[in-house]
Design a protein around this ligand. Structure first.
Ligand code: SF4
Length: 93
């Protein structure tokens, strides 16, 4: 049995990932402070054969960054969270 927590192991789907070798800061802009690569990251994801597995992994591990073409914030879709917050603000007006 491995003593390494599963989040530090390379997920099996990653062997088919299109982003292998791509700059990490495209996918994790919150850590790098560089948000200019998000579009390139999402272009790669749109053509990636494992995007569904990738998104599920990002959500299940409560990860942040671009996973399966979606920007996650601790496992939640940032866009959905933002629109929900906007909807709540509009409802309280
Ligand atoms: S969906 Fe995007 S982040 Fe996920 S493995 Fe594919 S290219 Fe990489």
């Amino acid at each position: 049995m491995s003593s390494i927590p599963f989040i530090f192991q390379t997920p099996t789907f990653f062997k088919d990932a299109l982003c292998k070798g791509a700059p990490q800061d495209w996918f994790f802009p919150e850590f790098s402070g560089n948000h200019r690569g998000i579009r390139q990251a999402k272009q790669l994801c749109s053509a990636c054969s494992v995007s569904e597995e990738c998104l599920a992994y990002g959500m299940n591990t409560k990860s942040s960054g671009v996973w399966g073409g979606i920007t996650l914030d601790r496992g939640n879709n940032r866009r959905r969270k933002k629109s929900t917050n906007q909807q709540q603000k509009e409802e309280t007006k």
